[in-house]
Design a protein around this ligand. Sequence first.
Ligand code: GDP
Length: 486
Amino acid sequence: SIGSQRVAEPKKDVLLGGLLVPGFDEHSCASRYQAAYYHKDMTRPASPHLIKRLREQEALQRRCGPGTEPYTRASERLRSGQTDADDVDGCSYLVLISYRGLGNRMLAMASVFLYALLTGRVLLVDRGYGDTLTGLFCEPFPGTTWALPPDFPVEGFKELGEDAPESYGNVAVNRSGSVSALRFVYLHLDHAASQANRLVYCDDHRQFLHRVQWAIIRTDQYMAPGLFFNPAYREELDRLFPSKDSVFYILSRYLLHPTNDIWGMVTRYYNSYLKDADERVGIQIRVFDSSDKPFQQVLDQILACTSREHLLPAVVTTEGVAPALPAAAGARTTAVLVTGLSSWYHDNIREMYWKSATTSGEVVRVHQPSHEEHQLWFHSKHDMKALAEIYLLSLTDRIVTSGWSTFGYVGHGLGGHTPYLLFRPMNYSEPAPDPPCARAMSMEPCSHGPPAFECTRKEINRIIDTGALLPHVRHCEDLSWGLKLT
Ligand code: GDP
């Protein structure tokens, strides 16, 4: 049974075809088993092989995770630098550094989890400043924790950068260190990482990384597309994901469950403003401009997109038209969910539907949960709103997102929606791009820092078109050097 449903709901497959395991305490994380009642039924099922591998990963996380003897031994080895002692436990670890905005962090968590699964490592996630991890997300693995213990013995690991002696680029390319002397290897996969560090994507982990018990990874982006270039993973990835266009969709539904406080915000908002509409349209507005001021050109671009793609009803432009009787019962209702840091776009769209009738007689309601005005980092109340809004976007039916925005990628990816992507203007004061938006190729997020070389040649100084190597890895619509799965 799922919480206290007042009316009998049709029975839902809350475990999503075996993607989720039963047995978690339902009350401590209501979203895990309630989400199926809010999301559409999954359009892409998890493959039997993925389900099997998830169960194996859960067992690994339990056997080697924090609080176990193998973990204590492994942390002691890391602390003391005793890298040559035999590892009797068969446990190796991947520690994810948390940094940047929430969208970035969610893309990183989902794709680094995939990397952990492929390389047989236990995933541990840095709690972030102010322990934002555990306040935002439930534990994904039963009987253990994925939160990195506070006594993690590598001091200052959050400050590791590309130049660190332990960085993969230094070790693998410059040969500036010998693997056996390293306490850990640092994988620097920030979106702006050097090509040398991106060689991680091509690592045949059986030869090099495999020998290192601890790996620390920094990434602010979606690393999944790059993993498909590695011949060592290709067959396994094909079995895990028979359809390549839904890697994030499936993994995010498995991994990222909001905590009860956030889930309460999501469901109250949904039930109050979105549930009863005939259609829900999401509009995610992200303006990359430090002034935080609104731009008329961005509003023009959004309206040009929603009109061109028939996402919002047209309004009557002539004046003096007699209004109709109170909206007849049965008049179609569209609820528009606007998200953004500014309220100005929302106010203008809402006012448009206040001042003018729709040509079709449809009723349009426009809602925006919050307008935080400025981006903040690792600020718990602010992050909670951001996560609630990302989740609400995933509960819409059709969605317009802002190009380049990881917040938008997660909103549509989690919902399994192929978005209408607004092209990012490089100068917001200039007229909006024409066309204003395009329907994306797939529901997948765009990877902003993929490898630009081929794994069999590893020629990092000769940049090639990696968007032309594999049929299901293509250049993103919104970012020419980015890659996405299709
Ligand atoms: P990106 O910068 O668009 O790729 O997305 P990120 O999520 O990584 O970083 C943007 C951050 O700004 C978010 O995590 C929020 O902290 C804040 N932010 C941006 N847009 C919104 C929004 O629509 N609603 C809320 N609540 N916060 C937002």
